[in-house]
Ligand binder design. Structure first.
Ligand SMILES: Cc1cc2nc3c(=O)[nH]c(=O)nc-3n(C[C@H](O)[C@H](O)[C@H](O)COP(=O)(O)OP(=O)(O)OC[C@H]3O[C@@H](n4cnc5c(N)ncnc54)[C@H](O)[C@@H]3O)c2cc1C
Length: 298
């Protein structure tokens, strides 16, 4: 039996694995190789790897982990979860069974793209969610912000450092009272009405076509699609979740333990703020939490 099985072997999961194998614990990482930022050519704000392809960063991390003799990496989709602390079991789609004393869930979230033609093709290239991650690459162009909830409005002031030509697209949703006037007074153009298509060539957007046929030239757009957890193991075993404007996430305590004793969670799955660095930090803290739990400290 493993000390810990980690479900999801990306930034959070591999970081957790690193801590635990260095504590000489037996760890299996289950992974389907579909990290959330796989659409982007490069990841940013990751020290030592700025602009490197996400797959290259993960490959380097996996090689680090597998250098330790108690690490095992299995490419498999976890579909079943059962048991209690000291006697958990994860079942994979291909029928594998992986018993473990503790579990760390780090299977991330999946973005739910709006049904706008061109959105998926531009995602991570010129349609981006985070200005710190990808704003530099599209700076100084006419940019859009696709409104999805009042949370979108908080970003408009921030985006000034990347463009002075910003248009908010309401995409057919009602903006809160007084917002149109406030935005326009602050130099942000507002276009109400639906967005019919993102016009692009190979993911490089050149504009949007509105439902009424107008075409607006743009060099990029910020958008914040809803997310949902990439698997439902946490639901199946009754782990408590919280709701953010983007979607559900697992609630964890200071030890990064979930509401089910012995199951820890980290990364995008375990909080409303999403970044590689946040996932790395969460993976680190969840590993320490799981280790302390194995030692009976908690
Ligand atoms: C387009 C885009 C670009 C981004 N760019 C940046 C950036 O430049 N800088 C930055 O800091 N952040 C960036 N982010 C955010 C960043 O990608 C996430 O915060 C980060 O990937 C979260 O890491 P994680 O380990 O929690 O989850 P993920 O990296 O999403 O990894 C989850 C892993 O779990 C696996 N998995 C899922 N389900 C199962 C299952 N049932 N069984 C086994 N394995 C499973 C997946 O295959 C995947 O490998 C970007 C996000 C997007 C959408």
């Amino acid at each position: 039996m493993d000390d810990v099985v980690i479900v999801g072997g990306s930034f959070a999961g591999l970081t957790a694995a690193m801590h635990l194998v260095r504590a000489r614990r037996r760890v299996t990482i289950l992974d389907t190789d579909l990290p959330r930022n796989r659409y982007a050519e490069g990841a940013h704000n990751v020290l030592g790897f700025d602009g490197a392809p996400p797959a290259a960063i993960r490959a380097a991390g996996l090689a680090n982990v597998l250098a330790y003799p108690t690490a095992r990496h299995v490419v498999a989709e976890a579909v079943g979860i059962g048991g209690v602390a000291d006697d958990f079991v994860i079942r994979t789609l291909d029928g594998g069974l992986f018993p473990a004393r503790r579990l760390i869930l780090s299977y991330g979230v999946a973005d739910q793209f709006p049904a706008i033609p061109g959105f998926a093709e531009c995602w991570g290239k010129t349609v981006v969610h985070c200005p710190y991650c990808h704003g530099y690459e599209i700076a100084d162009r006419p940019l859009g912000l696709l409104y999805s909830s009042p949370a979108s409005l908080h970003v408009t002031a921030l985006l000034r450092d990347w463009t002075d030509n910003l248009t908010l697209f309401s995409n057919g949703l009602d903006l809160p009272d007084g917002e149109v006037a406030r935005l326009e007074a602050s130099g942000v153009a507002v276009l109400e009405g639906g967005v019919a298509e993102i016009v692009h060539s190979g993911g490089q957007m050149t504009g949007v076509r509105m439902a009424d046929g107008r075409e607006i030239a743009l060099g990029g757009m910020f958008a914040h699609p809803k997310v949902k957890p990439s698997a439902r193991l946490h639901e199946d075993i009754g782990i408590v979740t919280e709701e953010s404007v983007l979607g559900p996430y697992i609630r964890v305590n200071d030890e990064f333990e979930t509401s089910v004793r012995g199951i820890f969670a980290a990364g995008d799955l375990a909080g409303p703020r999403h970044s590689v660095n946040g996932a790395i930090q969460g993976g680190s803290l969840a590993a320490v939490g799981a280790h302390r739990s194995l030692l009976g400290f908690t």
